[in-house]
Design a protein around this ligand. Structure first.
Ligand SMILES: [Zn+2]
Ligand SMILES: [Zn+2]
Length: 167
């Protein structure tokens, strides 16, 4: 294979795995928020862990220092995901993990912006509106922060009908 064809082939494959990592992050963003962060365990230690991870953000939504999951929790989780990626994707694990981290950083930026900036562009405005409805209207809905895709798939978006009833 000529060298430039090999390089472009490698770039395309790497980009595909980065995209896969980002898509996987979007699923983790939704499922973690829905099933872990809004879980109400009986065990006091687990209850505290869930509160530190996310409950504190609901208690103080405007406090930027409490909106990011602490590194003592996120770093071990990132290591576990990297390990799992190496098992499944072998030499492509780096690409998938890069996309996964990109998704996480994008999530962090968008989430903080939704709480602290006006976000006037239509798509961004919709993201902000969806997330603030999770905080101030129904915290058992709208679990996707950067997107509504998985909320639509699993039928958990706040419905406009619900909003009208509450007024
Ligand atoms: Zn939030
Ligand atoms: Zn939440």
């Amino acid at each position: 294979m000529p060298i430039n064809l090999f390089v472009s082939h490698t770039i395309i494959i790497s980009l595909a795995f980065i995209c896969l990592g980002m898509m996987f992050w979007s699923f983790v963003e939704y499922t973690t928020h829905r099933f872990v962060f809004h879980w109400t365990p009986q065990n006091r230690f687990l209850k505290l862990l869930v509160f530190i991870s996310h409950g504190v953000h609901h208690a103080y939504p405007q406090d930027v220092s409490r909106s990011i999951t602490p590194l003592v929790i996120s770093l071990p989780l990132a290591s576990i995901f990297y390990f799992l990626f190496t098992l499944v994707f072998n030499t492509y694990a780096g690409g998938v993990f890069t996309g996964f981290l990109l998704g996480y950083f994008l999530y962090t930026i968008i989430h903080d912006s939704a709480h602290h900036f006006p976000m006037n562009y239509p798509v961004l405005k919709q993201i902000k509106r969806n997330h603030l409805r999770h905080h101030y209207f129904d915290d058992s809905k709208n679990f996707g922060v950067t997107h509504a895709f998985w909320d639509l798939v699993f039928k958990t978006p706040v419905k406009t009908k619900q909003l009208k009833k509450s007024h």
